[in-house]
Ligand binder design. Sequence first.
Ligand code: TYD
Length: 221
Amino acid sequence: MAHGKLISFEGIDGAGKSTQLDHAARCLAARGLRTRVTREPGGTPLAEQLRALLLAEPMDAITETLLLFAARRDHVERVIRPALAAGEWVLCDRFFDATLAYQGAGRGVAEDWLRGLQAQIAGDLEPDLTLLFDVPEALAAARLRHSGAAADRFEREPETFFGRVRSMYLARARAAQTRVCVIDARAPAEQVTSQVEAALTRLTERSAAGRPVSGGPGEGR
Ligand code: TYD
């Protein structure tokens, strides 16, 4: 059976990725692909409990990082790897780029340590495609305010924090241009949707042609 694909959805809080993720799942299912939608932190009963703590409880950056990696380990082992092995297309709301962006650039946790932990808990598992929903931090903040939902521990961070997170995401995109597709998420929803559909079409076509989707070994890691 063909191995499935892993697609991650990234962006600062308020970029609008979650709506697009649901649409992308419908789009792939309509092309006859078996899809699974999941998220980080979360995706398993244990990881969802860790998520609730991460979003609510005050904690320092190292504790936060370790809880995120514990959640990721459980998720990778119990959900992502089995689903990929069963040929499913896994759509994951955030993955390791979020850790480098939020804990690395946002909180100032050492990048080497983050990379080392990632290698230990996930080996060389990397998304085949990452959709990065990019918006300026001021626009994302305005969207969050207008959403009316209560802000979680991350969403309460100041715009300067999200400025650092965004810069790291864009640096990751520059370093891994084949894997990461930057979506201009300032555009109206329909235009964002067509950018997503175009990226998914490129991936399904390459996959059908049997060509490797990501770049050379270790690109952008
Ligand atoms: P998010 O996708 O924003 O969930 P929601 O749309 O329901 O608010 O994810 C929750 C938060 O988790 C988000 O603010 C970023 C944070 N996060 C990290 O800081 N590091 C990580 O590695 C991951 C996966 C998430």
